[in-house]
Design a protein around this ligand. Structure first.
Ligand code: NAD
Length: 253
């Protein structure tokens, strides 16, 4: 690649929240960004934010847990924007419940979007990265990987993301590809707002209560996570691979 050529980044689940902030951040760093989410129309807000700031972005509708949709979306990205050599596996859902109340569907949905989605996307993008001799993969884990009541599905998926990441790092390193994981703590997004609603608390009270348990005494913003992801996707981060960075306002026990 010449130094003037623009690298293409796929950010899954980037219609809103952490994914949207990451798409905006990577575009500001000069990447052409594929804004991927379930509903293509819902991606437009992120695309507009990027293009109105002078960046390059396009919307792509895709369910990351569906193999055929992932293959088709990655092929479209390669055709319309260029070969994707940066991949952020961020798409996510919650289906929280205590073990005895958790349905098969809630287990399968969460494992399907997070783990299977990251697998399908990484597999579809790897040949583009190998051909380029360069790749940056970042997988979203979570502080819940360490265990969290009511989240056996999500905790298993997010712990799985860490093993998946380390294995990608070992397999793909010789091709100039790094794989790292970012594990956020409490970040204020629609996802945590939905959790507040589920437990019957107002979001402001929920955030304030969470902040008292966090050493820096505030909850995180999507941009806090985007900043860590941007580091791992950087041109100069090629000797950092297989790592898990907690972005949680303090150490976790
Ligand atoms: N918010 C937090 O506190 C927090 C903490 C730790 C980890 N995370 C992780 O960070 C990531 C982003 O979380 P967020 O808080 O921004 O969530 P969010 O719910 O605001 O956004 C998630 C996005 O993923 C998309 N998505 C869901 N299923 C999809 C699928 N099958 N295919 C494509 N897109 C899909 C949604 O449409 C949505 O736009 C998730 O992986 C989440 O598990 C979040």
């Amino acid at each position: 690649m010449s130094t003037t050529e623009q690298r293409v980044a796929i950010v899954t689940g980037s219609a809103r929240g952490i994914g949207a902030a990451t798409a905006v951040r990577l575009a500001a760093e000069g990447r052409a960004v594929a804004v991927v989410d379930l509903d293509e129309a819902a991606c437009q807000e992120t695309v507009d934010k990027i293009t109105s700031a002078g960046g390059t972005a396009r919307a792509f509708g895709c369910d990351v847990s569906d193999s055929a949709q992932v293959e088709a979306a990655v092929a479209r990205v390669a055709e319309e924007l260029g070969a994707p050599t940066v991949l952020v596996n961020n798409a996510g859902v919650l289906r929280d419940n205590l073990l005895f109340k958790m349905s098969d569907a809630d287990w399968d949905t969460v494992l399907g979007v997070h783990l299977r989605g990251a697998f399908l996307m990484s597999r579809a993008c790897q040949s583009h990265m190998v051909d380029a001799g360069f790749g940056r993969i970042v997988n979203l884990s979570s502080s819940s990987a360490l265990g969290n009541r009511g989240q056996v599905n999500y905790a298993a998926a997010k712990a799985g993301m860490q093993g998946f990441t380390k294995t990608l790092a070992k397999e793909l390193g010789k091709f100039g590809i790094t794989a790292n994981s970012v594990a956020p703590g409490f970040i204020a997004t629609d996802m945590t707002a939905a959790t507040a609603e589920r437990v019957g608390m107002g979001f402001d009270d929920f955030k304030a209560a969470a902040a008292t348990q966090i050493p820096v005494q505030r909850v995180g913003a999507p941009e806090d996570v985007a900043h860590a992801i941007a580091f791992f996707t950087g041109e100069q981060a090629g000797f950092v691979s297989g790592q898990v960075m907690y972005v949680a306002g303090g150490p976790l026990n």
